[in-house]
Design a protein around this ligand. Structure first.
Ligand code: AMP
Length: 151
């Protein structure tokens, strides 16, 4: 796989947080041939990336504007913030949207009650609790909209 280098022509996604979710997502996108830049505050976190990962890694606290500038966030096509802190993910998502005008912004939120607030700002959110609930419903056969469950 050809390593990706940032330039004006190539669209790339920025992932913030190289934890279990971020690293898997980065590996998967890179495997599909997408250009990815992944940021993590801890250098060791990048050990989770697969040896074939062809993107760029950047060590830094992404709540600092300097780090986002270094990532050339304004040139990215999508920003996905999946650190382990809701407030951090929201801060980064809002900066991406409001300061840098990025269209596709996704933030992970552990607290599902805050989801609706951020949707109003045009930030898509994913909540592990909500996704798990839906999956459990599906496994139990209670999935909404399913004809078998219609009264
Ligand atoms: P996990 O809980 O496994 O999804 O991992 C979350 C990752 O987010 C960890 O590798 C953290 O080092 C990283 N992280 C947390 N806060 C920040 C931040 N402000 N900037 C960059 N990475 C962060």
């Amino acid at each position: 796989m050809k390593p990706f280098k940032k330039n004006k022509k190539e669209a790339y996604s920025i992932i913030v947080g190289c934890g279990r979710l971020g690293a898997n997502l980065a590996n998967q996108l890179s495997e599909k041939g997408e250009s990815v830049l992944i940021i993590d505050a801890a250098k060791e976190a990048f050990r989770k990336l697969s040896p074939s990962f062809a993107g760029i890694t950047l060590v830094g606290d992404a709540t600092y504007l300097g780090v986002l500038h270094e990532a050339e966030i304004e040139k990215s096509s999508a920003v996905i913030s999946v650190t382990n802190y809701d407030n951090t993910n929201i801060l980064i998502a809002q900066a991406a949207k409001e300061l840098f005008g990025i269209e596709r912004v996704i933030a992970r939120l552990y607290d599902p009650e805050r989801e609706c607030v951020y949707r109003e700002f045009g930030i898509d959110t994913i909540s592990p609790a909500v996704l798990s609930m839906k999956e459990i419903d599906k496994l139990l056969g209670f999935e909404s909209g399913s004809e078998e469950n219609a009264i």
